[in-house]
Design a binder for this molecule. Structure first.
Ligand code: PEP
Ligand code: MN
Length: 365
């Protein structure tokens, strides 16, 4: 799925990133037209126009989407903007209707990605088509579930796949509507080479303020695009009113963002090359020191074995943790990072020494 901004005659041409914009939900033909005309007036053209037709609401009673009728209105967007259109599908019947109405790109929502039965049903309905599909992350931070949904689509022959990072439900963290957990989209890009991940700041932040900041972080991390809910009159939107922006605000956001060039697309400069060589060298040293440390740990293990001492000693552990964390923090290393690093190293040390004790028992036998 490539950016469509470049190939259009008008519209902000700021970026290589894919920009998806449009309302949370399709509400009426007039609403779709007004959003599109406002986009045109502001000269802000998305790569893809979005609108939800079936809305998976957490509780029944709120607006659950206009249904099939709304698919006809998507033509209005295509007519005014001349860009592909996208909507969410949650089951095989939705897929059938969306294909019938020639929706260009589909996405699977976060509440659907959590359910392998539902994803498989959608995948079966898509077998034999080559429509692009975007998969939102599941509500819970489970990378395997996210990858699993993408794999189910890939297995039926869908090759144009992308992922959408919309954040994760967290009952305790009130800063976000859905907590970003930035390591998740990055892990996904590590595990599935070439997978484009589009950030959805609207559902992460849950309100207009903060969309710019979250979008910038996504670009800094190297994500491949943004999905920003856009409505001509957000306060009156039938769903997600607090988080939608006007086309004018969308334009401001896009103008303020510092779009990054993906590193994959450039030849590394001499400077980057040299700095990376320095890191390679330091990593070698780090590994030599770690190997040396574990060699000493094994000598301590041998001593404990000879003297019938147990492996773990909580006082020593506490002292190692506290002193090293403090020292790390004074060298500008993060406290959480220090604790996780020391924990991992210590765990490996304890395992090695316990293995030495087990081997002793074997010898005695
Ligand atoms: C949406 O994009 O409007 C939507 C319902 O998203 P999510 O599946 O991320 O909640
Ligand atoms: Mn929404």
């Amino acid at each position: 799925m490539k950016n469509h901004l470049q190939s259009t005659e008008w519209g902000l041409n700021l970026t290589n990133q894919l920009i998806i914009a449009g309302p949370c939900s399709a509400e009426s033909p007039g609403q779709i037209e007004k959003v599109c005309l406002a986009m045109k007036e502001e000269n802000v053209l998305p790569s893809l126009f979005r609108a939800g037709i079936w809305k998976p609401r957490t509780r029944p009673g709120s607006f659950e989407g206009i249904g099939e009728e709304g698919l006809k209105w998507m033509e209005i967007a295509r007519h005014h903007l001349n860009v592909p259109i996208t909507t969410e599908v949650g089951n095989a019947a939705h897929v059938e209707m969306a294909l019938k109405h020639k929706v260009d790109v589909l996405w699977i929502g976060a509440r659907t990605t959590v359910n392998p039965f539902a994803v498989q049903e959608i995948a079966e309905a898509l077998r034999g088509t080559d429509i692009p599909v975007m998969v939102k992350n599941p509500m819970n931070p489970d990378l395997q579930l996210w990858i699993g949904a993408l794999e189910r689509l890939h297995a039926v022959g869908i090759n144009k796949l992308a992922a959408i990072h919309r954040g994760f439900s967290d009952a305790y963290d009130k800063r976000f509507r859905n907590k970003p957990n930035w390591s998740m989209p990055i892990h996904l890009k590590r595990e599935w080479k070439g997978m484009q991940v589009i950030n959805d700041p609207s559902h992460i932040v849950g309100k207009r303020d903060g969309i710019l900041e979250t979008s910038q972080r996504a670009l800094n991390f190297g994500l491949d695009g943004l999905m920003i809910e856009t409505h001509h009159d957000p306060d009156k939107a039938w769903s997600d009113a607090k988080q939608q922006v006007t086309p004018a605000q969308l334009k401001q956001i896009l103008q303020q963002l510092d779009f990054k060039t993906p590193l994959e697309e450039v030849q590394p400069s001499e400077k980057l090359h040299d700095l990376r060589a320095a890191v390679d060298h330091l990593d070698d040293q780090l590994l030599d020191i770690l190997a040396e440390r574990f060699a000493v740990i094994e000598q301590i293990g041998a001593h404990k074995r000879e003297n019938h001492l147990s492996v773990f000693q909580s006082e020593r552990w506490k002292q190692v943790m506290d002193s090293r964390t403090q020292k790390g923090v004074s060298k500008n290393l993060g406290e959480k990072f220090m604790k996780e690093l020391l924990f991992t190293i210590h765990e490996e040390s304890v395992k090695r020494q316990e293995k030495q004790l087990r081997e002793q028992v074997k010898i005695v036998k």
